[in-house]
Design a protein around this ligand. Structure first.
Ligand SMILES: Cc1cc2nc3c(=O)[nH]c(=O)nc-3n(C[C@H](O)[C@H](O)[C@H](O)COP(=O)(O)OP(=O)(O)OC[C@H]3O[C@@H](n4cnc5c(N)ncnc54)[C@H](O)[C@@H]3O)c2cc1C
Length: 418
C-alpha cells in the first residue's frame, strides 16, 4: 500500500496532523492500535497553565514566548513562539470543523472545574462544561448537584465543598430509572459509557428532564456528571430547554464521554476528507534505507508493507506505549529511535506523587524540525508529534493537548512545504 504520508497513532496529535494533510489533498493513512489519551480527557484542552518554574500563566501565547528563553528544549520553544501563536489560533477551527464545539482564547486562559471541584487553567473547553473566567466567578449563586444513583465516579460532596468556599449554596439531587437497574446489578458495569447509552433514548432523557425540573426548584442552575450525549449531540440543549435552567456538565472519572465523542468526531472528519484509518492495527517494525524510513509493517497486514514518502510518529507517551520503560532505559518500540532520559533510574521520579517527576519529560529525540533521531542521525522522512516528544511536563505545565495540536500542525505544515 502506498500513501503520501502514513501516521502511526490516532490520538489527538495523529488525527490533527492527518486532518490537516488530508485537507491539503494528501493521500494519508493513520494506523492506530487502540484507545488514546483523549478517551480519558477532561473535556478541556490545555495550552499552557504554568511555566516550568511553577509561575501561573494567564496568557499562554506570552507564556510560550517566555519558554523559548528559559526552556529551549520544550516543544513550544523548538516549534518557535511565532509559529505556536499562529497554530494556537488555527487549532480551534480544526476542532470545530470536526464538530467539536469548543470555546476559549489562546491569549487568556479560563478555568475548568475538575471532578474534585478544583479550578484548573485551560485553553479550550467543550460546550456545556462548567468553566469560569476567573477562579471563583461562578455563573450562579445556588446550584443543585445531581448524580445518578449508584454511579461511583462522580463526587458531589467534594464539588460542593469547593463551591461553598465561594459562597455558592449547594443542594444534592439524584436520579434513578428502571433501565439503569440492568447495569447496576454489577458495580463494574455502572460506568459512564454504559449509563450514557441509557440516556440516548428519548423516553429516558425525558424522564431525566422531569426529575431535574422537580429537584432544581429554588436553584439558579444544575450540575450533572458528563454522562449524556454519547451518540447524539442535542441532549444538553434538550435538557436545558425542558428544565428551563442553565445546566452544566462536570467531567467524571474515565472513560470520558466528551473524550469518546471527540475521538469519534476527529476520526469521522479524517475519513470524510478521504483519509484511510486502520483502527485496531499496530505498527510492529520498519525498514530504513539510506537514512529514510522506506516501509513499515503492522500486525494485521503481516508482510504487506505500508510505503510512503513521509511517516509521522504519533504513538504517544508511556500511557499509550509510544514509550516503554525497561529497568534501565526508555525505549521507543517502533523505530528504536533515540530517547531523551536520565541515566540513573533514581532520577526518573521522586517519592512524592504530586511532585514534578522527570520521567514525564522523557521522549523521542528530534532535531529542530521535529524529525526523529536514531543512532545519532536524523531520519529524513520521519517526524514526531504529540505526547511522545521530549522536553515538557504535561501535567505540571498544563500543556498536554496544546503540545499535541501545535506539533501536529507544525509537522503537517513542513510536510506540505517539502
Ligand atoms: C489519561 C490522560 C488524560 C489526559 N487528559 C487531558 C486533558 O483533559 N486535557 C489535556 O489538555 N491533556 C490531557 N492529557 C494529555 C494528553 O497527553 C494530550 O492531551 C493528548 O491527548 C495526547 O495525544 P497524542 O495523540 O499525542 O497521544 P495519545 O493520545 O497517547 O495517542 C497515541 C496513539 O498511538 C497509538 N499507538 C501507540 N503505539 C502504536 C503502534 N505501535 N502502532 C499503532 N498505534 C500505536 C495508541 O493506541 C494511541 O491511540 C491527558 C493524558 C492522559 C494520559
Amino acid at each position: 500500500m502506498r500513501f503520501d504520508t502514513v501516521i502511526i497513532g490516532g490520538g489527538l496529535a495523529g488525527m490533527a496532523c492527518g486532518i490537516r494533510l488530508a485537507q491539503a489533498g494528501q493521500r494519508c493513512a493513520i494506523v492506530s492500535q487502540g484507545q488514546s489519551a483523549i478517551h480519558f480527557s477532561s473535556g478541556s484542552f490545555d495550552l499552557l497553565g504554568r511555566l516550568p518554574g511553577g509561575e501561573a500563566v494567564s496568557d499562554p501565547v506570552a507564556g510560550m514566548a517566555a519558554l523559548a528563553e528559559c526552556c529551549p528544549s520544550h516543544p513550544y520553544a523548538v516549534i518557535g513562539a511565532e509559529n505556536c501563536a499562529r497554530y494556537a489560533q488555527e487549532a480551534p477551527g480544526l476542532l470545530r470543523e470536526a464538530g467539536i464545539r469548543v470555546a476559549g482564547d489562546c491569549r487568556r486562559n479560563h478555568f475548568r472545574i475538575t471532578p474534585m471541584g478544583k479550578a484548573k487553567a485551560t485553553w479550550l473547553s467543550i460546550d456545556g462544561y462548567l468553566t469560569t473566567p476567573q477562579v471563583g466567578e461562578f455563573p450562579f449563586k445556588s446550584v443543585c448537584i445531581v448524580n445518578i444513583e449508584g454511579f461511583l465516579d462522580f463526587y458531589p460532596e467534594f464539588i460542593a465543598e469547593e463551591l461553598r468556599k465561594y459562597n455558592i449554596e449547594c443542594r444534592f439531587g439524584s436520579f434513578n430509572h428502571p433501565d439503569l437497574e440492568q447495569i447496576r446489578r454489577n458495580p463494574s458495569e455502572m460506568r459512564s459509557a454504559n449509563i450514557a447509552r441509557v440516556f440516548d433514548h428519548d423516553a429516558n432523557l425525558e424522564a431525566l428532564a422531569e426529575a431535574l425540573r422537580q429537584q432544581a426548584t429554588g436553584c439558579d442552575a444544575l450540575i450533572l456528571p458528563a454522562l449524556i450525549g454519547i451518540n447524539r449531540n442535542d441532549s444538553l440543549e434538550y435538557l436545558r430547554e425542558r428544565v428551563g435552567l442553565p445546566i452544566y456538565l462536570l467531567p467524571t472519572l474515565p472513560p470520558s464521554i466528551p473524550g469518546i465523542r471527540a475521538q469519534q468526531a476527529l476520526q469521522h472528519r479524517f475519513r470524510a476528507l478521504g483519509g484511510e484509518y486502520f483502527l485496531g492495527d499496530s505498527v510492529l517494525s520498519s525498514e530504513i534505507e539510506q537514512g529514510r524510513v522506506a516501509r513499515i509493517f503492522t500486525a494485521n497486514h503481516g508482510n504487506i508493507p505500508f510505503e510512503a514518502r513521509r511517516f509521522v510518529l504519533a504513538t504517544g507517551s508511556f500511557f499509550s506505549k509510544g514509550l516503554v520503560a525497561t529497568f534501565d532505559r526508555i525505549v521507543e518500540p517502533v523505530f528504536g529511535a533515540d530517547t531523551v532520559s536520565r541515566p540513573s533510574r533514581s532520577e526518573w521520579y521522586t517519592l512524592h506523587f504530586f511532585d514534578r517527576h522527570e520521567y514525564q519529560a522523557f521522549g523521542v529525540r528530534t532535531d529542530n524540525r521535529l524529525r526523529v533521531v536514531k543512532e545519532g542521525a536524523v531520519l529524513e522522512n520521519l517526524y514526531a508529534v504529540g505526547a511522545g516528544l521530549a522536553g515538557f511536563h504535561p501535567v505540571q505545565e498544563g500543556c498536554g493537548a496544546g503540545v499535541s495540536l501545535l506539533s501536529a500542525l507544525h509537522v503537517a505544515e513542513q510536510i506540505l512545504k517539502d
